[in-house]
Ligand binder design. Structure first.
Ligand code: HEC
Ligand code: HEC
Ligand code: HEC
Length: 132
């Protein structure tokens, strides 16, 4: 047929357009997630640190939060002493979220990426943020 060439060209164009979004995303699939620590509270710290070292926080913050809750609810203890000797009031809202006031660019950034949805914010108050 005399227009086979056009049909094939059409199919090639269609194939490229259909897979383009996928091709463009290839790079992003492995992109490193960079949770932002750009908040007034953290920027004001002379030496930026979390309640525990970063690597520990990254992998263990869920257990730490469970432990914090048990400390308050079961033991009535509201002070946490970090491994570096610093003391913090045990509070998700007033301690974690005071430093990490950018929940959307910090907590949510990782959680969305990993498709985890902590159910805490039905009861605990999330920081107020301007962006949607
Ligand atoms: C005093 C301010 C402060 C408090 C309070 C605080 N953080 Fe952090 N957090 C930081 C800073 C600063 C970093 C980055 C540390 C670094 O780069 O070494 C960080 C890092 C982290 C990380 C690792 C991020 C990454 O990129 O791997 C997690 C997770 C985290 N914090 C969660 C929490 C949770 C949960 C709480 C409450 C239990 C909390 N933080 C309390 C300041 C704080
Ligand atoms: C560096 C990435 C990262 C950051 C930043 C981060 N999280 Fe997470 N968080 C995770 C991952 C990954 C999981 C799932 C871990 C698992 O299932 O073992 C998780 C799980 C949790 C859980 C347990 C949820 C569940 O349903 O089991 C809580 C609670 C939580 N995060 C709170 C926070 C809070 C609060 C912040 C911000 C202050 C925060 N996380 C910041 C990566 C992160
Ligand atoms: C059904 C409501 C509810 C949900 C959901 C909930 N909490 Fe709580 N949480 C409470 C109450 C009530 C207290 C006790 C408050 C107090 O005595 O200060 C508490 C206390 C805590 C405390 C210690 C005190 C404080 O103010 O932070 C932590 C830490 C905590 N919860 C973490 C979490 C995390 C992490 C999640 C999600 C994985 C979560 N909670 C989900 C109701 C809830």
């Amino acid at each position: 047929m005399y227009n086979t060439g056009k049909i094939i060209a059409g199919l090639v164009v269609f194939f490229i357009l259909a897979t383009l979004p996928f091709l463009l995303n290839l790079g992003k699939a492995n992109a490193k997630i960079e949770p932002s620590i750009d908040t007034p509270e953290i920027n004001a710290m002379p030496k930026k640190h979390c309640v525990e070292p970063k690597a520990f926080m990254r992998s263990e913050h869920m257990q730490l939060l469970n432990n914090w809750r048990d400390q308050v609810v079961r033991n009535g203890n509201r002070i946490y002493v970090g491994s570096d000797g610093n003391e913090y009031p045990i509070s998700l809202q007033n301690t974690c979220m005071k430093c990490h006031a950018n929940k959307k660019k910090f907590c949510d950034k990782c959680h969305n990426y990993m498709a985890v949805k902590p159910y805490c914010w039905g009861c605990h108050i999330a920081p107020k943020e301007n962006e949607a």
